[in-house]
Ligand binder design. Structure first.
Ligand SMILES: [Ca+2]
Length: 74
């Protein structure tokens, strides 16, 4: 079961990287403060699932740098 969960996270990350990624940070950052909050992340089920993983420093929001980390996880 744990492997299934890991696979779905990888699939979700790949999906973001391949499709929604390039222009999407600004789309998610609806108040343009430079971070994606948990509230803003709710616009995407995938991003909601990945939120805790992307929030590397645990400050409860995703910076552009943390968002871009998706790209290096391939
Ligand atoms: Ca924001």
């Amino acid at each position: 079961m744990k492997n299934m969960i890991n696979l779905s996270i990888i699939a979700a990350a790949t999906f973001i990287s391949a499709h929604a990624f390039a222009a999407s940070f600004n789309d998610f950052d609806t108040d343009s403060d430079g971070y994606i909050s948990q509230k803003e992340a709710k616009a995407s089920n995938t991003l909601t699932q990945l939120f805790d993983r992307l929030d590397a420093d645990g400050d409860g929001k995703i910076s552009l740098k943390e968002f871009k980390a998706l790209d290096s996880e391939k």
